[in-house]
Design a protein around this ligand. Structure first.
Ligand code: HEM
Length: 511
């Protein structure tokens, strides 16, 4: 039926199970053919047949349900206009605290310029249109990212952009809004925070997280040879995939305890890699592995190509298998000597220098995801009616929200200040001065995530434990925030690093 203008009296006459209409937000829905398919059952719909069910609907559903079932809408009530906002791709949320201060029109920022705003809009449009729909689907069924999405990201230089600022961006016009040479760590923060709005933690890592933490090491530490150029070109074009393989069943943060060995051949032309790696993000589909190995006198990092001597098995973790997390076995994999990253026996610096950007990215992500949870809680408290009034009218709920907002706002401010420092330091200066502060920031952000997840589940009740419907964002966050607390260095290791680095810079004179 075409959209019609209808009266409330007309709607009231359609109140039988085989002829059932209702009003939601001034629009009329014909639910006759939907009643048996309704996930909430037919009885509840019969109870509201012919009436205005707006309050009942928003007490139980997200707005997106109405967008998904838009074809059930047959008209609008005469003289009335819908009040609910339907967000369009790229839009900012009007919910207070749903966006960081710099994106709220009434506030100013010393850091963000026009190009950051333009990039934010472009990346959000892309994520809303292409990433979120696929992320939601893959998060559920556990299958891997599509080549189509990888190609689309590659065509738009998004794979390159996600490695952070650097030579690899030279000459590029990023999404038509930022020149590659001008792309700084604040742009980097923007893209990282926009990507996680897809709200699918397993898929988020499945979406090239392995590349983000391993190609950086190739770029930084491999000599400039045609072989290096080939790998970088293939990976940034999305044709080949790469991941970082450091952790083992024997050792995680304790890199010195690793057991995978790389034995050099007598003629010095190759290494033989033997050992296992565990929890390798994207390992299931990668063509290249950046592998931490024991060599004769120390620790070295090698680029190992997939071959018959490399076997990958899927590990099921508490997030979706969309991340392709693997157990990897290198059974005498032969690797040419030119695949060495940095110097032999001096691989520790390769891994350590790579960590700053990885941890910064993780802080960007967990802080943005925490904000999405705060937005969900604010919306829910505003729409949920309990004991005859909205949840937000309960002082206990307002206390929880105040605590959550304060965590997110303070972490975001710290993060922005860190991005500014990074933008004004060389890579070497960053390694020297920012390892500790970035470690402390990530460690604090994941402690905050713990508090936020805990409060959010209590606010949502049973829905905070349910993977579909109103509480799905909260459920996912509560189930997966620990990934950020463990990956890239545990909270304890990073907190300790922060203090140890500070102590190294402590003045020698007595104070
Ligand atoms: C256009 C009209 C409606 C559509 C398209 C719709 C769709 C849905 C969907 C997709 C769900 C699954 C949960 C979710 O994804 O949020 C659901 C659940 C539910 N719906 Fe509806 N619904 C409609 C109207 C209503 C109305 C008017 C009521 C009545 C009061 C109602 C009561 C429920 C209940 C009780 C649940 C279970 C909620 C829960 O477990 O938390 N629905 N509905």
């Amino acid at each position: 039926m075409a959209h019609a203008t209808l009266t409330r009296e007309a709607v009231a006459s359609h109140k039988a199970p085989d002829d059932l209409w209702c009003i939601i937000d001034h629009k009329v829905y014909d639910l006759t053919d939907f009643i048996d398919a309704h996930p909430g059952g037919s009885v509840v719909l019969e109870q509201v047949a012919g009436t205005d069910a707006t309050t009942a609907f928003y007490n139980l559903h997200r707005q997106e349900v109405l967008s998904k079932y838009a074809d059930l809408c047959i008209g609008t009530i005469e003289g009335e206009k819908p009040e609910v906002i339907e967000p369009q791709p790229g839009d900012l949320s009007p919910v207070p605290y749903a966006e960081p201060l710099w994106l709220r029109p009434q506030f100013k920022s010393p850091y963000f310029k026009e190009s950051h705003h333009k990039l934010r809009r472009k990346v959000r449009e892309f994520v809303d249109k292409y990433v979120t729909p696929e992320a939601q689907e893959k998060e559920k069924d556990g299958s891997y990212i599509s080549q189509e999405l990888i190609d689309r990201m590659a065509e738009n230089d998004m794979l390159a952009m996600r490695l952070g600022p650097g030579k690899h961006l030279r000459g590029k016009d990023l999404l038509g809004v930022v020149k590659g040479e001008e792309f700084d760590y604040l742009h980097d923060l923007v893209q990282a925070q926009e990507f996680v709005r897809a709200n699918a933690r397993g898929f988020q890592d499945g979406n090239m997280a392995g590349m983000m933490i391993s190609l950086t090491a190739v770029l930084q530490w491999m000599p400039d040879t045609p072989f290096k150029q080939k790998i970088v070109t293939e990976v940034l074009a999305g044709k080949k995939k790469i991941c970082l393989a450091i952790t083992e069943a024997f050792a995680g943060s304790d890199v010195a305890g690793l057991r995978t060995t790389a034995t050099k051949s007598k003629d010095g032309k190759s290494y033989v890699v033997r050992g296992t790696k565990k929890w390798i993000t994207n390992g299931m589909w990668c063509d290249y592995f950046v592998v931490g190995c024991r060599t004769e006198k120390g620790f070295s990092v090698l680029l190992v190509e997939r071959s018959d001597a490399v076997e990958t098995k899927l590990i099921k973790t508490s997030y979706s298998t969309a991340a392709g997390t693997a157990f990897v076995e290198f059974n005498d994999a032969v690797v040419p000597a030119e695949n060495l990253l940095g110097q032999e026996d001096k691989g520790f610096v390769v891994i350590m220098s790579n960590f700053n950007h990885e941890r910064f990215m993780m802080a960007c992500a967990v802080i943005r995801q925490s904000r999405s949870v705060v937005e969900e809680c604010l919306k829910w408290c505003n729409q949920r009616i309990v004991f005859g009034k909205r949840l937000i009218e309960q002082p206990a709920m307002r206390q929880k929200l105040a605590k959550m907002i304060s965590h997110v706002e303070s972490n975001q401010s710290w993060l922005e200040s860190m991005a500014y420092q990074m933008s004004h330091m060389s890579y070497a200066q960053q390694s020297k001065h920012l390892g500790g502060p970035i470690g402390l920031l990530k460690s604090h952000a994941t402690r905050s995530a713990h508090e936020i997840a805990d409060e959010a589940v209590n606010i949502f009740g049973g829905r905070g434990l349910t993977q579909s419907g109103m509480g799905r964002v909260v459920e996912m966050f509560h189930r997966t925030y620990k990934f950020d607390a463990i990956l890239g260095g545990t909270e304890e290791i990073l907190a300790d690093l922060g203090v140890r680095q500070a102590m190294r810079q402590f003045p020698k004179a007595m104070l």
